[in-house]
Ligand binder design. Sequence first.
Ligand SMILES: NC(=O)c1ccc[n+]([C@@H]2O[C@H](COP(=O)([O-])OP(=O)(O)OC[C@H]3O[C@@H](n4cnc5c(N)ncnc54)[C@H](OP(=O)(O)O)[C@@H]3O)[C@@H](O)[C@H]2O)c1
Length: 327
Amino acid sequence: MNYRSFGRTGWQVSEIGFGAWAIGAEWGHVSEEDALLALHAAIDQGVNFIDTADVYGDGRSEQIIARTLKQRSERIYVATKAGRRLDPHTADGYNQENITAFVERSLRNLQVETIDLLQLHCPPPQVYYMPEVFGILDDLIQAGKIQYYGVSVEKVEEAIKAIQYPNVQSIQTIFNMFRIRPSELFFQLAQQEKVAIMARVPLASGLLSGKMSQSTTFPKDDHRNYNRQGDAFDVGETFSGVDFECGLKAVEELRQLIPDEMSMAQFALRWILMFDAVTLAIPGAKNAKQAFENAQVSDLPSLSDKTMEQINSIYNKYIRHQVHQRW
Ligand SMILES: NC(=O)c1ccc[n+]([C@@H]2O[C@H](COP(=O)([O-])OP(=O)(O)OC[C@H]3O[C@@H](n4cnc5c(N)ncnc54)[C@H](OP(=O)(O)O)[C@@H]3O)[C@@H](O)[C@H]2O)c1
């Protein structure tokens, strides 16, 4: 496993992290046993960074992480998120009372005294223009409740706005073979400011693993069933906002480019690690096999310039017109 500097924090984090949404909920049933085994498999391979949120299974994901880490001695960084417990999810809910209550709840779920990294969880656009919200986070650092904070964003423009707040240490953004725009201007700006970048939805919700077809179905409680049109949350979070059928066509062309020693999921993750500005990718995993396969990517060879160009061409042919300017 290779490690990269996490912005200005001094942390060295594994370039493949662990995305802990699926072990919480909204991806069909994942047993607690599978969840624990997945986390242990990742840590055994050198993964030292876990991304979760207070709303993943209403705290289940945070609690499973706490149980796992009780059994480990390694220093594992855990990033959680706050904001999405607000109902309705409005900017004025991002006040001191609510944010403090969310943080206290995550501290209890994670069984720690200080949260390593707290991220605003894709807040409404107006929040980016409310410096008082970032002031509340500064106060939580002073109070020892959180060590650092960052923002999980939907759009490139939000990321650019967020890093203007001097204590924002990290941006979490969708970045994958089907979501390329962050690498244009934003990566350069983040590097200048030494802001860490977490690439989420790196497998386009599993579409980029190459295992899906037109006949693939998903359980009722899986967002790939109920959020395809964005009925529950931002449509960009499901298959990266790409139309499923069209995504399958692009996947078939991408499949032709996979180097011998890699699975398609590994190929998709290796592509992300080709970008120096990226600190880590945080693939979700539902079992030990997936977690192991994903963590192995750090040790796989780089992709050639020619392959990178061919991937770009496939993006331009199938994907660009659907998503490029949208997020
Ligand atoms: N708003 C936000 O802040 C936000 C939103 C989304 C995600 N996130 C974070 O980003 C993380 C990653 O994104 P994501 O979980 O949405 O999507 P993802 O990483 O693109 O896809 C994860 C899914 O792909 C499948 N998979 C994983 N590894 C595989 C492998 N090696 N081979 C085949 N299939 C594999 C699994 O589902 P199946 O086996 O069922 O296909 C898994 O649940 C999340 O866990 C969460 O921590 C944050």
